[in-house]
Design a protein around this ligand. Structure first.
Ligand code: MGD
Ligand code: MGD
Ligand code: SF4
Ligand code: MO
Length: 730
């Protein structure tokens, strides 16, 4: 910008016709910083977003979702006043009336069924302050053990695997800036180009430096198009593919023996196991040619530096924890960790997917990654909270299991903050009937959603534009987001709402905060000495240093951009752990009736269940629900491109527009999960949970696809058969 123009701009701002706020995109884990310009020179103020060049993470980039992210927050769809459901429709009420109603409900459920009859459902979209507060609110104000959050569906498998292998779970073990130093990069089940678009230039730089990029995905994506090698795997078979790679690593000796000797436990067992792998079997089960697996192993094995990234494609399976452990096996056996350009990363999803899983929203956790069943950890927390240790409830159950508890009539009330579980859970038909059984459902949200519609009471909360707080990005960097705008209508700050409800319950003295920073100051104490230690991080430091990486145990500590330097891991003996992983298979096998595998995921222009993006026309107009299918498979089934087809699983069925794509495997179909109601693919998905992380199997279930015409006959046959069966039974 010229000096003249700069001067002109500044004068404009001074005259208060334009305002400039620094904020950051509310969507994915990149948390790109941006400037929000407000122009009040005409009667109707206008907003515009521009990237912030000085942001070290986005490096001054924004993707389309970021550019239009302010629209949902300022639009006419904002919830502005508390709404109470009276005879099936919502009636505006005052906050006093809303709280009076809520108090009565809470008191009556608690009296009838006890404290654990209430439940709380949180989110990885919340700031660290709110995530922490929600955990405290459940345990101290409501005194219930039943809290969990949508991150259960997001990062939980990778989190469990990292904890087991490294003794700590921090998304990326290295800062993004080190990607360009990796000679080989494996992207397994991650579609960065559509899901973290502003991260792509880091990979582009690596490629320009000569790096080889391997993508593992059952279909072609914008990310795989960029790869040197694309392994088009059958959904759910990644652990077998890694076993094949480990076999090559051992046979051709790419193992870093001295590293394994000094820093890894279980190396000998894993080596013996890897030797026994049959490559023909690997090829058969994964559907990936043997020579491609050998090539991938050689590229990674021979490279002197390398990084492995996983995301939901390999994690959202009932065997997700084991699969991620196998990817970590690969990293540890080659010693590619703890050094420049060497590491592992689970690419965090939601804006605060990382911080959201550290501070006590999980059924079994307290702040700082402390465990709710560990007496020492409970004592620490009790001291910070000023309550007795035995007052802290025990371990609850995972997100999907909360709904099962409703059906079992163990949970009778729920408060949801920052999630749309009716669309995002697997097997949503069960979720809806479970919510129907509740005495009451309260949702604190900013927009109408499929879940909000089912609420008995809606409390209008705050968006990223109105609320200050910290977020921890995919690198583990804690960053500060300032408030930019005033709340609309009667809406209140989410954290204040939680404090007010606590006050209502006579627990106000435990929630005395005046600002978000006050909550953060308590969070620092709560996490001190824990695994995710934030004790040394302050709002001031974050601002001065453009973010601080945890662990950061004291104010003089510089923070930890790179983990495990010198092969020092977080288990007591300082070593990491590897273990043989048997091939994991999808829980629901295909058969004659349901011959195709359905996998689900995302597209560039929509975010999650679409609540925030479907109402933004600039984003919504570019896409509609679809079923991606290989033309060969589609033609066999008599489908026509861009015309409707029926897709059925054992749990439900729906109609979607077919999208022919030669890039997807012939035995597999893909549907994004961004739409609700009849267009929600989670009517079909399988609620089989990983036994360790309780992650549902979102990424593989057996389905049948039929052309609408042909289907009509089949389903009629089905109906006929069922009627005959029924008449025989009766
Ligand atoms: N545009 C957009 N960006 C987002 C989001 C969004 O909703 N929209 N959500 C954010 C959140 S919360 C998250 S968690 C992340 C998710 O980010 P990703 O995990 O990258 O996204 P997905 O599309 O769910 O899955 C990634 C890829 O896994 C592939 N896949 C499916 N099954 C398998 C399998 O069995 N094995 C392998 N190897 N691959 C498989 C899919 O084909 C897909 O291309 O994105 C974040 N960013
Ligand atoms: N089939 C299938 N299902 C999936 C997945 C998949 O890949 N396939 N992915 C899973 C994953 S990884 C995730 S993370 C989940 C996401 O699932 P959800 O969390 O259910 O999806 P969102 O659309 O992000 O819902 C967020 C809601 O919270 C509100 N909200 C957001 N931020 C705030 C806030 O700060 N304050 C308040 N008061 N409200 C807020 C929004 O308005 C919206 O209504 O879906 C999971 N479900
Ligand atoms: S969606 Fe993610 S990549 Fe896009 S602008 Fe927002 S934070 Fe950045
Ligand atoms: Mo996620």
């Amino acid at each position: 910008m010229s000096d003249f123009l700069q001067g002109f701009r500044e004068r404009e701002y001074q005259q208060n016709r334009e305002s400039l706020y620094e904020t950051q995109c509310p969507f994915c884990s990149m948390q790109c910083k941006m400037n929000l310009h407000e122009d009040r020179s005409t009667q109707k103020s206008r907003l515009k977003v521009t990237p912030l060049k000085s942001d070290p993470v986005s490096e001054g980039r924004l993707c389309p979702k970021g550019i239009f992210s302010y629209k949902h927050a300022i639009g006419s769809g904002r919830l502005r006043t508390p709404l109470l459901k009276v005879e099936h429709s919502f009636v505006p009420v005052s906050w006093e009336q809303a709280y009076h109603w809520l108090y009565q409900k809470i008191a009556s459920v608690q009296k009838k069924y006890g404290k654990n009859a209430l439940s709380v459902y949180g989110s990885g979209a919340l700031t660290n302050e709110k995530a922490y507060l929600l955990g405290k609110f459940s345990r101290v104000a409501l005194e219930t053990k039943y809290i969990d959050y949508n991150g259960r569906f997001c990062m939980s498998s990778a989190a469990s695997a990292s904890n087991q292998a490294f003794g700590v779970d921090r998304g990326l073990t290295n800062p993004l800036s080190e990607i360009e130093d990796a000679e080989c990069i494996i992207l397994a089940g991650t579609n960065v180009a559509e899901c973290q678009p502003t991260m792509m230039p880091y990979f582009r730089r690596a490629k320009a430096n000569g790096s080889k990029i391997i993508v593992i995905d059952p279909r072609e994506t914008l990310t795989s198009k960029f790869a040197d090698l694309h392994l088009k795997i059958k959904p759910g078979l990644d652990s077998a593919l890694v076993n094949g790679m480990l076999k090559v690593m051992v046979d051709e000796d790419y193992v870093n023996h001295s590293f394994v000797q000094e820093s890894v436990e279980g190396g000998a067992e894993l080596l013996a196991f890897a030797r026994s792998i049959d490559m023909n079997e690997v090829e058969r089960v994964t559907g990936v040619a043997k020579n491609q697996i050998i090539e991938a192993a050689r590229l990674y094995g021979r490279a002197s530096t390398g990084m492995v990234f996983t995301a939901r494609g390999v994690e959202q399976h009932a065997g997700g924890v084991n699969t991620v452990r196998n990817f970590i096996n690969l990293v540890l056996m080659t010693g590619k960790i703890g050094k420049q350009g060497c590491g592992y990363g689970t690419i965090t999803g939601q804006g605060n997917g990382q911080g959201g899983r550290e501070h006590g929203q999980k059924a079994d956790q307290l702040a700082g990654y402390r465990l709710i069943e560990n007496v020492e950890h409970r004592n620490h927390m009790a001291k910070v909270w000023g309550i007795q240790e035995d007052k802290i409830p025990g371990k609850g159950v995972s997100a999907y299991e909360l709904f099962e508890k409703m059906l079992e009539q163990e949970i009778h009330g729920m408060i949801v903050l920052g999630s749309n579980p009716v669309v995002s859970n697997p097997n949503t038909n069960l979720v809806k009937s479970a919510l129907g059984k509740l005495d009451f459902l309260v949702v604190i949200d900013t927009l109408m959603s499929e879940t909000v519609e089912l609420a008995d009471l809606i409390l209008p909360g705050s968006t990223y534009l109105e609320e200050e707080g910290t977020m921890t990005n995919l690198e583990g960097r804690v960053i500060l987001r300032k408030a930019a705008k005033k709340l609309p209508g009667e809406a209140r700050l989410d954290w204040k709402i939680l404090c007010e409800i606590s006050e209502l319950l006579g627990k106000g003295k435990y929630f005395p905060y005046q600002t978000s920073e006050d909550i953060f100051e308590e969070l620092r104490k709560a996490t001190k000495g824990g695994i995710a230690d934030y004790a040394g991080i302050t709002y001031n430091r974050i601002e001065e240093e453009k973010g601080v990486f945890w662990p950061c145990p004291s104010e003089s500590h510089p923070g930890t951009p790179r983990m495990f330097v010198g092969g020092q891991f977080h288990h007591e003996n300082g070593k990491a752990r590897v273990t043989p992983i048997a091939n994991q298979f999808p829980k629901e096998r295909t058969d004659e009736e349901f011959p195709l595998t359905l996998t689900t995921g995302r597209i560039l222009h929509h975010y999650q269940t679409g609540v925030q993006t479907r109402i933004t026309s600039e984003l919504n107009k570019t896409s509609e629900p679809f079923l991606e299918i290989h033309p060969t498979t589609a033609k066999k089934l008599g489908l026509v491109d861009k015309e409707k087809a029926r897709i059925c699983s054992r749990r439900g069925e729906m109609i979607l527009k077919a999208k022919f794509s030669p890039g997807i495997r012939e035995d597999c179909v893909f549907v994004p999960f961004h739409w609700g109601g009849k267009q929600s693919i989670n009517q079909l998905t399988l609620p089989e949970l990983d036994p360790q992380s309780k992650m549902p199997e979102f990424k593989a279930c057996a389905v049948r696809v039929t052309a609408l015409e042909a289907e009509r006959d089949v389903s009629m046959d089905g109906v006929l058969e069922k009627n005959i069966e029924r008449s025989l039974l009766t």
